[in-house]
Design a binder for this molecule. Structure first.
Ligand SMILES: Cc1ncc(COP(=O)(O)O)c(C=O)c1O
Length: 386
């Protein structure tokens, strides 16, 4: 069993870690979505062994063993009928988001997504002259839900794509079948294409992962699914991702729009991903147990010590989306906590227009580091407002 309790900030601040070096020394960084935990021994061993063999050009379409492992994983989730030609490896998931938008839309087209949302969902649309329409989620019965009424008001003849993130970063929602079916109905009625980022699918703390493309053959024909190894196995520095679609014409359209720009698969990333899928089930279960306990600890701690902060426990991911708007800090909350509490979180506004006063916290760290960060936040806030 890995000892996730024994993390030392000094050791975590290795020179390659943006998470631990972005903010000044002394700040506890609970922001970018890396886990502070060491990677699985199986992955270390496999990557070292690969280096012994050599790292020449791989098959451009990807290692067939990796493609089989990805197809088997999707089968387990209930997405059937995939073959290697339905998979296009990409350098990582964000380039896959950008490529999908470029291939499937034209300048001026509209793309809808639920907010708050991982910022590249908005930038991949806006950076290239498309229009991102935000459908803010609503809190009902203590959880973030899709506002289907508002969704309908956003559509125009220029709307071409619905982007989905499931499990959702930053709210941690794992969408249920009924919610996804309502989205599928919306997509069919308005003749939209779908880009669904399911990168966090293996990081479920509750619930079942339902691939959007599995809802029906008609939906599969209009969906691009993106996923990769980096969230579950904590290997963001390796990169790696895949674009999946039963509709090879959509993949060809994307390939044409990005011809020559996407590079070729990275052999070490393919190897670690394959071994992750084939051999790291136990490591992942142990990691999920630790994350579940941290998630519960975080929400209980906030209820007891800072009940003004709204925290809806995540069903997936290791992120929580916290509302500090009951305090009078407004847009200063991120800066205030960074400079005075010495805790670095993600500020809300990049996640959508409505999210001033919200912060994203990454709870994939040791219980001791999480506790220290929360205590620092509490001390500073109480000193300011009490
Ligand atoms: C939903 C989502 N998509 C994509 C990414 C980034 O993926 P990659 O590093 O493979 O580009 C992240 C990173 O946190 C994410 O949360």
């Amino acid at each position: 069993m890995p000892n996730f309790d024994a993390l030392e900030p000094a050791a975590l601040r290795d020179p390659y870690s943006v998470k631990w070096n972005h903010y000044p020394d002394g700040v506890l960084p609970l922001w970018v979505a890396d886990m502070d935990f060491p990677i699985a021994e199986e992955i270390k061993k496999a990557v070292l062994a690969r280096l012994e063999f050599g790292v020449g050009y791989p098959f451009m379409g990807g290692d067939p063993r990796l493609l089989s492992a990805i197809i088997a994983q999707q089968e387990d989730y209930g997405l059937h009928g995939l073959e290697p030609q339905h998979l296009m490896l990409v350098s990582s998931v964000v380039p896959g988001l950008y490529a999908s938008i470029q291939g499937l839309t034209a300048v001026g087209d509209e793309v809808i997504t639920q907010t708050p949302i991982y910022p590249p969902f908005l930038t991949s649309v806006r950076d290239h002259g498309r229009v991102a329409l935000e459908n803010p989620m609503v809190v009902r019965d203590g959880r973030f839900e899709i506002d289907f009424e508002h969704l309908e008001t956003l559509v125009s003849p220029k709307t071409k794509v619905l982007m989905i993130c499931n499990p959702q970063n930053p709210t941690g929602r794992v969408f249920e079948r009924a919610e996804l079916e309502k989205l599928a109905d919306f997509v069919l009625r308005h003749n939209l294409l779908v880009v669904t980022d399911e990168l966090h699918a293996m990081l479920r703390l509750e619930g079942e992962h339902i691939p959007f493309a599995s809802l029906s053959p008609e939906i599969a024909q209009r969906t691009i699914t993106l996923t990769g190894p980096c969230k579950a196995f904590n290997t963001a520095g390796f990169g790696g991702g895949v674009m999946i679609s039963h509709n090879t014409e959509l993949l060809a359209q994307i390939q044409k729009a990005t011809k020559g720009l996407m590079g070729h698969p990275n052999i070490l990333s393919m190897e670690m991903w394959r071994v992750g899928l084939e051999e790291c089930g136990t490591w992942l279960e142990q990691t999920l147990d630790y994350l579940r306990a941290n998630r519960d600890f975080l929400s209980t701690w906030l209820e007891q010590h800072l009940p003004e902060v709204t925290c809806i426990p995540a069903e997936g991911t290791y992120l929580a989306w916290l509302d500090f708007n009951k305090f009078p800090f407004g847009s200063e909350v991120h800066k205030f906590l960074l400079e005075e509490a010495k805790v670095g979180l993600n500020d809300g506004p990049p996640y959508g227009a409505l999210y001033q006063g919200w912060l994203r916290i990454n709870f994939a760290t040791s219980r001791a580091i999480l506790t220290e960060a929360l205590e620092r936040i509490e001390r500073c806030i109480r000193a300011r407002v009490d």
